[in-house]
Design a protein around this ligand. Structure first.
Ligand code: NAG
Ligand code: NAG
Length: 264
């Protein structure tokens, strides 16, 4: 008798714990679907042209593109191509962003219309496949940066003119963790993924970085919880990737970019 009572007690406890966990089962929300590069109209519903702040940043490329100008930002075959070409006589001649480098290229940048804010009630998975130049003077990136102030910044893909991808998390402008993974120079596509989760202190964010579905680095962003971030894909040039950059055309491709939010 004791045996049966005990068994029933365990079974009852099991039902209770199943009920208790049920409300914590969190649905996934697709913030950006894998089809976002299927046409210009689909692209424009999820992405905006250029950087959130305009055309210039801290390299020698000035970004160019709009719904009526697709010379540097091209959507075809479910792929986004960002194309950098040398320019002459740009006006104005230098970047409007620090440290105001001379402009040598016209290129492309896009940013997700949805901002990414990690909270204790959610987590984000951000992934995609990239064909990225590792040539000197080419500086492609797939990255998150603060909407207000700076940092947060986290770089899921950043290639700085060598055969490495840099996974970076910035706590401050000078306190940064970087983990380098070897990246082939043959322009083959490889996948990158970041999973962002709030730490139990509800202040810091854990970032798990994957290349080709293998966990390659885990970093922590101080105070990233609750801070909105932009997701940017851009082909900057020179700057951190060295100079001079290529005299010909450079193309950076992204496909199957997906952003999923678990929770609210
Ligand atoms: C950034 O801050 C987090 C949270 O305090 C810490 O775990 C991490 O080590 C810091 N990163 C660096 C590079 O100091
Ligand atoms: C350029 O800006 C990016 C993003 O804010 C930052 O990670 C990088 O350190 C800056 N590099 C230079 C050379 O200014």
């Amino acid at each position: 008798m004791m045996f049966f009572r005990h068994t029933h007690g365990l079974a009852f406890a099991g039902v209770l714990s199943a009920l208790a966990t049920f409300p914590r089962v969190q649905a996934d929300t697709t913030v950006i679907p894998s089809t976002s590069f299927s046409s210009y109209s689909t692209f424009e519903s999820y992405w905006a042209y250029l950087y959130p702040w305009g055309s210039d940043h801290n390299g020698s490329a000035r970004m160019k593109g709009s719904s009526s100008d697709h010379s540097n930002i091209v959507i075809a075959s479910n792929t986004l191509s960002l194309i950098a070409t040398p320019t002459s006589n740009p006006s104005p001649p230098t970047s409007s962003s620090n440290p105001h480098p001379a402009i040598h290229y016209a290129s492309g940048a896009v940013h997700a219309k949805s901002q990414i804010t990690v909270t204790q009630a959610n987590s984000y998975t951000i992934s995609g496949e990239f064909s990225a130049s590792t040539a000197k003077g080419t500086w492609p990136a797939f990255w998150l940066t603060a909407v207000n102030g700076w940092p947060p910044e986290a770089d899921i893909g950043e290639w700085k003119g060598t055969t490495n991808n840099w996974f970076n998390t910035f706590n401050t402008s000078s306190i940064v963790r970087s983990d380098l993974v070897t990246w082939p120079s043959d322009l083959s596509f490889h996948s990158l993924k970041a999973v962002l989760t709030a730490q139990p202190n509800n202040v810091d964010v854990k970032l798990q970085f994957y290349m080709d579905n293998t966990l390659r680095a885990t970093q922590y962003g101080q105070g990233f919880v609750g801070k909105p971030m932009w997701l940017i894909i851009n082909l900057q040039m020179e700057g951190s990737s060295g100079s001079p950059g290529p005299t010909g055309t450079t193309t950076y491709k992204a496909r199957n970019v997906v952003v999923t939010r678990t929770g609210s």
